[in-house]
Design a binder for this molecule. Sequence first.
Ligand code: ZN
Length: 482
Amino acid sequence: MFRINKRNFIVFICLLISFLLLVTACRQNPKEEEEQKPTQPTTAAETQPTQPTQVVQTLTPKNLTHASDMDNGYMTRSKKGDTYAVFYPQTNNKKIDQRINKDVLYFENLCKETSSDFMGVDYIATVSGENMLSLVYTITGYKTGGDTDTKDIFTRVFRLNTGKELMADKVFKPDFYSFVSEKTREHFKKLQLKKGFSTEDKSFLTATNPEPMHYDRFSFDRTGCVVHFDSKTLFKKPGEVFTLPLDFNQIQDYLLIDKDGFTRPLPGAMPLDVKDDGSIDRSKPMIALTFDDGPSASYTEKILDLLQKHNAKATFFVCGNNSRANPDLLKKQVQAGCQIGNHTMYHEQLTKQSPEKMKRDIEDLNDIIEKATGKRPNLIRPPYGDINSKVRSVLDDYAFIMWSMDTMDWDSLDAEKVAKEILGNISDGEIVLMHDIHGSTAAAMDKVIPKLIKMGYQLVTVDELFYYKGESKMGGTAYDSL
Ligand code: ZN
């Protein structure tokens, strides 16, 4: 890391020298400059503020598979704002790139407002494990002559498959902070820093309290997690930054994620009904199609055949009467690799029922499903999406699966509309609500299923969505997308 920063520093100095030469040249030939103006209006860099230069480096997960494949860049802007260059990474993931672009704007403003004579922003991008991208920015203010004035650190960690940012509360368990506080104090004491960097000072001890705010700048590499500090906060002395490397083995018990960036099963997570045969690529987009109110003697089989034809899966939230009438369809759903969830015995609002009735409605239907398929569901879709904390606590052995996309198929009864709604709005991780008791919905699937696959979506069950997205399924919790 240090070596690369040094290299950038040299590049920065070269730029600084060229800039100073340019300024000197302009001052020496003010007349010539004025004379040139009308004849070279489009390239008169010396006479007008230079337009910002932006250089985009594309980092793809592929070329950053190994932790050693680091890429870096810098941007610099003079205080007067008349010349600057911006280098920043792009990843081919829209969400990550949007975040980076926002950060670049933020850095540009920092550079414009700096009290230093020049400011530069370095970054190092590291992909670690299967799925994590860490960006570490070093923001350095320079005095004329090249001396360091200020230095600050800014970090971001993303999941490559979803582009979601991994914030501290999704990475560290609460007890991480006592551990890291102790480690930080130990580490800097051992370092025996030069005079003026005392680990006994009150300001150092305050800045290393076991509070999340002191440790919110972190990144990951092949060996573990790195916590970053600037000396301004640790030692009240600007100009130096510090890192605390924490090996994976050392911090395993304090992490909510694994080395690949996927969430580790939380204590008490429910078992997932998934056979991982390697056919699903967790780095590619996936969605869960769900069908309520069936099984329907008229349409469910058609949907199942379509799914099987395209090697796709779905989840069926079935009701009491239809399940009792069509146990063979329940069996076929499971044989097709699809998942069955409980949509209650009588399709009544759970919130309006007594705890006893609530439980009975779920268990009676589970008995029917288990008898037909040998499997007992632990997913509930509450009728009308009606749910409250009482329902969640009474039925805390179940996960409540809501939806992120409502096709309103029961309302339109129009295959074209349903297809348009899904194909026009779908995105990775969504749970789509439909009903397999309508012919129009089954007809829509003729178009929707092959088209979604063509668009690059993997059609998975709800449990597969949890599994491949690396999320835990918790009892008494409601989910609408992953
Ligand atoms: Zn329903």
